[in-house]
Design a protein around this ligand. Structure first.
Ligand SMILES: Cc1cc2nc3c(=O)[nH]c(=O)nc-3n(C[C@H](O)[C@H](O)[C@H](O)COP(=O)(O)OP(=O)(O)OC[C@H]3O[C@@H](n4cnc5c(N)ncnc54)[C@H](O)[C@@H]3O)c2cc1C
Length: 288
């Protein structure tokens, strides 16, 4: 296929960007999915003293250095959230709502989500609980929808869903100026439990309870097992070998998502290996 990428990289933190620069330098056609801020975890770090070559740097400053580096190499980030990846044999299909991207090799660099699941979240997954509000919005036309948003991207989803939903509650799990449509009701509370019988009926919060038909939990990343069906997981992390290969042919992983310690330079080092392994895999496929 004409539009097929050599390597798709999911994640724009240090692991994903390191994979990206190493693949780009080797002249591969790449696409990097991620966020405008590169990584929320970079923004949050007040002082970093263990990234070799950058003593006493803030996360925001390191983010700027990363941004300058990828700009120099002409690498752009595609600001889209991948909902599902399917291994099709000799390529991967990456889904963003109803849009699809194809790539010969895949690098997963999605980071780790530290927040725990809500009580009842797993039980009601697919029965009113979801992780992609825009995908499922048509199901809830005219109904009451609650979005628990962990980042700024969630606001864009909320504004879109608001056009269809009868009523939208937005629970921000961060402190930031929010750009939300006026009729969205912001609930400054802590979600605790999803309640229902066959389907979601309400969301219990610390201070009360919201009656709702759907609850969307929009975090920086979803669990890799949900993202890529068939991916082998070991103790919450993606299982990899020393080449950063997963159990799926052509699929590599790097950074926090493959295990501890959760550190920038470890993520970048693993990203380098994953990027180079993906390049070698693409070359081996071309020379078949
Ligand atoms: C407050 C704080 C301070 C820290 N201080 C330090 C420190 O001083 N030194 C140190 O070494 N480490 C520190 N860390 C740890 C460091 O932030 C992480 O180890 C590092 O960010 C991991 O990089 P990563 O690339 O694996 O993942 P992340 O940086 O988490 O990046 C993951 C990226 O993937 C994207 N993503 C996930 N899923 C999808 C999807 N489905 N579609 C599209 N994009 C997706 C996310 O949006 C994000 O951009 C700190 C962390 C925190 C929270």
């Amino acid at each position: 296929m004409e539009d097929r990428f050599d390597i798709a990289i999911i994640g724009s933190g240090p692991a994903g960007l390191s994979a990206a620069i190493n693949a780009k330098i080797r002249n591969k056609k790449i696409i990097v999915f991620g966020s405008r801020d590169l990584s929320n975890k970079l923004l949050k770090a007040p002082k970093i003293n263990n990234y070799l070559g950058f003593y006493d740097i803030s996360g925001v400053e390191l983010k700027e250095k990363f941004k300058q580096h990828i700009d120099h190499l002409g690498i752009e980030i595609t600001y889209e959230r991948i909902n599902n990846v399917y291994a099709m044999g000799d390529y991967f299909a990456l889904m963003v709502n109803d849009k699809m991207y194809e790539a010969t090799a895949l690098v997963l660099a999605t980071g780790m989500e530290s927040s725990k699941l809500l009580k009842g979240e797993e039980e009601f997954l697919g029965k009113g609980v979801g992780y992609c509000a825009t995908c499922d919005a048509p199901l809830y036309k005219g109904k009451v929808v609650t979005i628990i948003g962990y980042n700024r991207e969630a606001e864009e989803e909320a504004n879109y869903v608001n056009e269809l939903a009868g009523k939208l509650y937005y629970i921000p799990m961060y402190r930031k100026d929010m750009k939300l449509d006026q009729n969205i009701e912001i609930v400054n509370d802590i979600p605790v439990e999803v309640v229902g019988e066959d389907h979601v009926q309400s969301l219990k919060t610390k201070k009360g309870e919201l009656t709702t038909d759907a609850i969307f939990v929009l975090k920086d990343s979803i669990s890799p097992a949900q993202l890529v069906p068939g991916l082998a997981i070991e103790n919450e992390h993606i299982k990899v070998d020393r080449n950063m290969s997963t159990n799926l042919k052509g699929c590599f992983a790097a950074g926090d998502c493959v295990g501890r310690p959760y550190q920038y330079i470890k993520a970048a080092g693993e990203g380098l290996i994953a990027g180079q392994s993906a390049v070698a895999y693409v070359d081996s496929q071309k020379n078949k």
